[in-house]
Design a protein around this ligand. Structure first.
Ligand code: SF4
Length: 341
């Protein structure tokens, strides 16, 4: 059942699932039969960055386990409030690239559109947890200005829908935007960065596929899945629908202490995705955003992990280890040597 409703998850619409997400730490702890000693810290951290967990994601967690790898990604902890040197509000310096509402133009040839402010889930490690979304909630006139910016810069050949989670926007908005972008001759590709097919797989509807795929633009979707326990039957159904629509599917994950920092966890994730047509693309080192330091793994831990992974899996199932550095021309690849596990 959806939280606070009598509708079973299987037959709920994605809009209902999105609207009925758990946002109260008390409810989360009760539903997962977790110790009430976690509550004080959860309430304090929730005031800084709100809890949000959709029901289909909650159902993949193990009740009674405070170390469940999915729970760790969403549970607000008191330690998020401890200031750590080097952990800042805008670790990627995005506010300098966000000079116009709705646009982040950091890299040559491609540009991010902040399609929505909202996400279906609030990941505690999110590098945009302090992003000024209120300044990027576009009016129709501002959308036209954002599109004009793209029209006037013929060096841009790829538009990336980002957010928030761009698939939290409704299909009418996505269809309109995609048609506008496809009408710009120098745009060759559309990319969508989203976690919604993972956390609410019901979001992948025929209407969504029509909205994204109804133009000349080839579509690549970069999912964000961090752990094999996130890959359930519903998510696989969503992936199958996306593949039937000829959408290229990639995955990016973040290396997170206590979530996926073990070799076996990385193998299970790459195999669960690769076996179902999603290629691992990036493993990101954590961005040093304020409130997320407890997830930190060092560069050498990442190198060790990927070095071991290269000896256990075919190369196409091994993600590239990267980090983002403010002011760089692209994601910075981290050199990796083979490591005997
Ligand atoms: S879904 Fe993506 S943008 Fe939203 S909170 Fe998680 S990491 Fe951040």
């Amino acid at each position: 059942m959806i939280h606070g409703s009598s509708v079973p998850v299987e037959s709920a619409s994605w809009q209902n699932l999105l609207a009925s997400s758990i946002t109260d730490p008390r409810v989360l702890l009760t539903r997962l039969q977790l110790d009430s000693s976690l509550l004080e810290g959860a309430l304090a951290a929730d005031r800084e960055f709100a809890l949000r967990v959709p029901e289909p994601y909650l159902q993949r967690m193990q009740p009674g386990d405070p170390n469940d790898p999915l729970l760790r990604q969403v549970l607000p902890l008191g330690e998020e409030l401890n200031e750590q040197p080097g952990y800042v509000a805008d670790p990627l310096g995005e506010q300098q690239s966000n000079t116009r509402p709705g646009i982040i133009h950091k890299y040559h040839g491609r540009l991010l559109l902040v399609v929505t402010a909202g996400c279906a889930i609030n990941c505690r490690y999110c590098f945009r947890r302090h992003f000024p979304y209120a300044d990027n909630n576009l009016s129709t006139a501002e959308w036209e200005q954002a599109l004009d910016y793209i029209r006037q810069d013929s060096s841009i050949n790829e538009v990336i829908y980002s957010g928030g989670d761009p698939l939290a926007a409704n299909d009418r908005r996505l269809a309109w935007l995609t048609r506008q972008i496809a009408d710009i001759p120098h745009i060759k590709r559309l990319r969508v960065h989203t976690r919604l097919p993972v956390v609410i797989p019901q979001r992948v509807t025929d209407e969504l596929i029509d909205a994204l795929c109804g133009t000349r633009l080839p579509v690549t979707m970069v999912l964000h899945c961090n752990h094999a326990n996130e890959v359930d039957a519903q998510m696989l159904g969503a992936i199958a629908r996306l593949r039937r629509a000829n959408i290229t599917l990639l995955n990016q994950a973040v290396l997170l202490r206590g979530v996926n920092d073990r070799l076996e966890a990385q193998i299970a994730l790459s195999e669960a995705l690769g076996d179902n047509g999603v290629l691992p693309y990036y493993l990101h080192l954590l961005d040093h955003v304020r409130g997320a330091s407890h997830f930190h793994c060092s560069d050498s831990e990442g190198q060790q992990l990927i070095g071991q992974l290269l000896t256990r899996l075919p190369g196409y199932l091994v993600p590239r280890l990267v980090k983002e550095v403010a002011g760089e021309l692209g994601k910075v690849p981290i050199h990796v040597d083979l490591v005997n596990p």
